[in-house]
Design a protein around this ligand. Structure first.
Ligand SMILES: *Cc1c(COP(=O)(O)O)cnc(C)c1O
Length: 320
């Protein structure tokens, strides 16, 4: 990619790209309701209207086949979220965007170092936004983010906006303070050298989980042929999620939920009509009710992974 602009967060990365693209209050942006809150928040900060399209239950990602039905004359952009570390089918998304003259901004906060079948993030969109908060696959020791783009205009605008509207010393137009901290940038520079190895280990752990959980009643993560899923999260789904969560926590397995409350189910939604009041997203709602994230980080030992598998399989046999 031609440009990378370091920023303070993934949220500001999305928001500043929206500004750079000239997104105006009342414009509509299509995205998914089962994502980390920041995706919708950035749309809200830009005073655009989030329009939620349901996900594909197989991948948990936005279902490209449902996007066209959500397009209106006010639609300006699509924000595919590469959820859990699996890329959205960007070929399908970019085709729809080209046909309807829409911008595409990738939310790549969870899929750094991944790729699609024969394409990478950024090749089929206007810009890629990512986050370097500590718990992401490539993290600082605090907050951070970036915009990566081949478009000179987006690069120039985001670069100016992040630094008080200034690119030449003492000369300002209006902007913000959204810079990546130098200390965090230095940490990223070191960690960047290890990201491929860390991703490979995550994939190995995921394969071990998937082999071990084969034949259980759980829905397991799916990786389309040729994709590189980076397993930011390893998420299984079960209708008896709350009971399994309780069981695993009691057995000392640190499971978490990503994300048990879909965006449109959050308190206060739709925040002054800046979103779709009642989106038709049953798959996102099922995902929120059934998702369970098993422990996933490169330093997990095989024995720890096997212990989690054993506890899951045991529970499934008794409770299916
Ligand atoms: C982490 C994340 C963001 C942005 O996070 P920041 O905390 O602002 O860096 C945006 N979208 C998704 C899907 C994320 O997981």
């Amino acid at each position: 990619m031609k440009h990378a602009v370091g920023l303070n967060s993934g949220t500001d990365a999305l928001w500043l790209v929206f500004l750079a693209l000239g997104i105006k209050p009342g414009d509509e942006i299509i995205t998914t309701a089962n994502t980390f809150f920041a995706t919708a928040e950035a749309i809200w900060i830009a005073r655009a209207k989030a329009v939620f399209v349901d996900c594909d239950p197989k991948t948990s990602n936005i279902d490209p086949a449902r996007i066209e039905a959500a397009i209106t004359p006010r639609t300006r952009a699509i924000v595919p979220v590469h959820l859990y570390g699996l890329c959205v089918d960007m070929k399908a998304v970019s085709e729809i965007a080209r046909k309807h003259k829409l911008f595409v901004v990738e939310d790549d906060a969870q899929a750094i170092d991944g790729h699609g079948a024969d394409w990478k993030q950024g090749q089929l969109s206007d810009a890629v936004c990512t986050s370097f908060i500590i718990q992401k696959n490539l993290g600082t020791f605090g907050d951070g983010g970036a915009v990566v783009t081949n478009r000179d205009d987006i690069d120039a605008t985001v670069r100016r906006l992040r630094n008080h509207g200034s690119t030449v010393r003492s000369v300002h137009s209006m902007g913000y303070n959204s810079r990546l901290d130098d200390l965090h940038a230095a940490i990223l520079g070191v960690k960047l050298r290890h990201i491929t190895r860390w991703t490979d280990r995550r994939r190995e752990i995921a394969r071990r989980y998937s082999r071990g959980l084969e034949g259980t009643s759980f829905k397991l993560p799916y990786e389309p042929p040729g994709y590189r899923h980076v397993f930011h999260l390893y998420v299984i789904e079960t209708p008896r999620r709350d009971a399994l969560e309780k069981h695993l926590l009691e057995q000392g397995v640190d499971v978490k939920l990503h994300y048990p409350i879909a965006i449109h189910q959050q308190e206060g939604y739709p925040w002054g009509q800046l979103a779709d009041a009642r989106p038709n997203v049953p798959n996102c709602e099922r995902n929120a009710a059934q998702c369970l994230s098993l422990p996933m980080f490169p330093e997990l030992t095989d024995a720890e992974v096997d212990y989690t598998i054993e506890k899951c399989v045991e529970w499934d046999r008794k409770n299916r």
